[in-house]
Design a protein around this ligand. Structure first.
Ligand code: GRF
Length: 204
């Protein structure tokens, strides 16, 4: 069974979708730990409710970024984590963590990358006037939202959409594709060749 470590900074609805997917039997995995940088994150309540250990680590309590991410990597390794899931973790991940978990850190972004990286992907899409947007699950590399794309889901953008209405439509898809990407990983069906992710069918 796949051992997951989740990093989240806020409400944690993606974290919840992963928990739900495990509980329903769709995803054979266990969440060993939730690590958050935000003591007020609602994700902590979700962890408690499901008996998942939650650790709060604040960057300001560390000498520098490297020390912070070394500690996170240490906590994850200590618990045998095989896949790190960024579920609304609002920080650029530091090198020590990326080095330790090469192609084993997944993030969900609320736009069709490489369009609209960074913060407020949904607002960027509304402001630009695109007719389609969506969400992307990708592996994390050292830049912001640039790592190999695993899966994407598209949603329409309507003329009267606001950031909120589009966010809501995208979020529904996030809750489907994130657990699915983790499931593909858990079944050994993801391989990375350069910057391309190859998804194997069950029989191949
Ligand atoms: C989501 O929109 C996700 O795409 C982005 O951060 C948000 C997190 O939401 N990376 P939640 O905390 O999972 O509800």
């Amino acid at each position: 069974m796949l051992t997951i470590g989740v990093l989240a900074s806020g409400r944690g609805s993606n974290f919840q979708s992963i928990i739900n997917s495990i509980d329903s039997g769709a995803l054979r995995a266990e969440v060993a730990v939730l690590i958050t940088d935000n003591p007020d994150a609602y994700a902590i309540e979700r962890a408690k409710k499901h008996g998942i250990e939650a650790i709060i680590l604040k960057p300001k309590d560390f000498a520098d970024r490297d020390a912070y991410y070394l500690r996170i990597a240490g906590e994850l390794k200590k618990r045998g984590v095989e896949l790190v899931v960024l579920a609304g973790f609002m920080r650029v991940v530091g090198k020590p963590l990326i080095k330790e978990f090469q192609n084993r850190i997944m993030n969900i972004h609320p736009a069709l990358l490489p369009s609209f990286p960074g913060l407020h992907g949904q607002k960027q899409a509304v402001d630009y006037g695109v007719k389609l947007s969506g969400c992307t699950v990708h592996f994390v590399d050292e830049d912001v939202d640039t790592g190999p794309v695993i899966i994407q889901a598209e949603v329409p953008v309507y003329d009267d959409d606001t950031e909120d209405s589009l966010s809501e439509r995208i979020l529904k898809q996030e809750h489907i594709i994130f657990p699915y990407a983790i499931r593909l990983f858990s079944e050994g069906r993801i391989s990375v060749e350069g910057r391309k992710v190859i998804l194997k069918t069950k029989s191949s």
